[in-house]
Design a protein around this ligand. Structure first.
Ligand SMILES: [Zn+2]
Ligand SMILES: [Zn+2]
Length: 463
């Protein structure tokens, strides 16, 4: 028999009480019984209170059903087990994305028979590699993990921090996987944080968590792995890779994830999977995303249909990325899985990869259409935008992004001196991370001039 007070240890003391004319028996472990008597409480009353809360409130963190319903955040991994029905209903409500696989009518084998041909290739003449090469900018895997018996960071207490040394465990897991160093949020300057934010190594909520936020990153300037500690979830592992390489990013992250399981008691449930602060991530805890540049779909006004189709049918989230909130996406879109429950990690990665290849195919079809119907206008835009960037004195970020959408099309069409899209990707990266742009205290005007200098240099010298 288990103790009715802590619900954990075996009971060795028993109590028989008459309640409303009925005999009720309570069981206690020694620790609880003595502890309660010491602080002047009646064990049977505490036990009755605890039993009445079962199914309505978490015994570890005290989060109630009502609190969850109003915030949609659980307090700790145990909440899922104590409120299974509530969790099930929430998952059914929040994770509505379809799991339908990408239509087999889109036969990827057709794409493999590459056509030897100079000049512009149509969508059907391209291999999957050719379709994705200039369209997919980057790939990213994120895994959310938590610690058994410990509150989620939102409501974490000093007592939780003392139970398991998460940072040490997460550092040990990196042994042999990547060369890791640890940075605490309280030890970083504003400018350092901004740089890490721009490189997508940390998130805004983490940057703001000076009390216990930390990040483990790969040493060196080109770090691609980061492990955020005490963000929305206790641990958020993340790996970014250039281009269409979601599979490689996943493999890398998976190796670290397995090491993490060996080092820390990661919260997992047979029914729910990995337990996360918000049930929108429960299951795999995985967000697999790819950043695409789709200027042709945007210009042919087919983009909304594509977003809707891939969102509704395939359970993916596709959203304009760059100008979040401003309405302008400048051709940049992020595709990611929306479902994490009831799916496997590997299948999720496969789903996103095949959806992205399908979207790239449609982007190429849209480009064919533009070439056929608006060739002069298209090429004029390409040349004008290139000229503007190559000779700019000052550039705002929105203007840069707008012109770059044209320049990308120019590179794909072979209309510009730049033949390699990597130049454009480096250019964006430099414009976001260079110290002459990110350093505190630089005026907007100076920033626009510095941006134009970077762009001019790369476009006119680096080809
Ligand atoms: Zn007990
Ligand atoms: Zn809880």
């Amino acid at each position: 028999m288990i103790c009715d007070v802590c619900g954990k240890r075996a009971a060795s003391l028993f109590d028989r009480i008459i309640e409303n004319g009925k005999a009720v028996e309570y069981a206690y472990c020694e620790a609880c019984y003595c502890g309660l008597l010491k602080i002047g409480k009646t064990p049977s009353e505490v036990a009755r209170e605890r039993i009445s809360r079962i199914g309505k409130e978490c015994g570890i963190c005290g989060t109630t059903k009502e609190q969850f319903e109003s915030s949609l955040f659980f307090g700790c991994p145990e909440c899922y087990r104590e409120m299974r029905e509530v969790a099930r209903a929430a998952i059914a409500r929040l994770q509505t994305g379809g799991t339908r696989p990408i239509s087999s009518a889109f036969d990827r084998k057709i794409l493999k028979t590459a056509v030897e041909k100079d000049g512009f290739k149509t969508a059907d003449e391209c291999t999957a590699e050719e379709l994705t090469r200039d369209v997919v900018i980057s790939s990213r895997i994120r895994l959310a993990r938590n610690i058994e018996g410990r509150r989620f960071p939102k409501i974490m207490t000093a007592a939780d921090m003392g139970t398991v040394d998460v940072i040490k465990g997460a550092m040990r897991a990196a042994d042999g996987v990547f060369d890791a160093r640890i940075l605490t949020m309280s030890g970083l300057s504003k400018a350092d944080k901004k740089l890490l934010l721009n490189k997508h190594l940390i998130s805004l909520p983490l940057a703001n968590n000076d009390s216990c936020g930390a990040v483990i990153i790969e040493k060196g300037d080109s770090s691609r792995i980061s492990v955020m500690i005490n963000e929305e979830d206790c641990i958020r592992e993340q790996c970014v890779a250039d281009g269409h390489s979601l599979g490689a990013a996943y493999e890398k992250m998976h190796i670290y994830d397995l090491a993490l399981m060996r080092e820390l008691p990661v919260a997992y449930d047979k029914e729910f999977g990995y337990l996360t602060s918000c049930p929108t991530n429960v299951g795999t805890g995985m967000r697999a995303s790819q950043m695409l540049c789709l200027p042709a779909l945007e210009r042919t006004e087919a983009i909304d249909d594509v977003l809707k189709t891939f969102g509704d049918l395939y359970g993916l989230t596709v959203r304009g990325y760059f100008g979040e909130g401003s309405g302008a996406a400048y051709g940049m879109y992020q595709v990611s899985n929306s479902r994490t429950y009831g799916v496997a990690e590997k299948d999720t990665v496969e789903l996103v990869i095949s959806a992205v290849e399908r979207i790239c195919y449609l982007e190429r079809v849209a480009l064919e259409k533009l070439l056929k119907e608006h060739k002069t206008q298209l090429l004029k835009g390409v040349r004008d935008s290139y000229g503007r960037l190559a000779y700019a004195y000052s550039l705002t970020l929105p203007e840069l992004m707008e012109k770059l959408a044209d320049v990308r099309l120019g590179v794909i069409l072979g209309e510009l001196p730049i033949k390699d899209m990597a130049v454009i990707n480096t250019l964006i990266e430099k414009c976001i991370t260079s110290p002459e742009i990110t350093t505190d205290g630089i005026s907007d005007e100076e920033r626009c001039i510095a941006r134009a200098n970077i762009v001019r240099k790369l476009l006119t010298e680096d080809k």
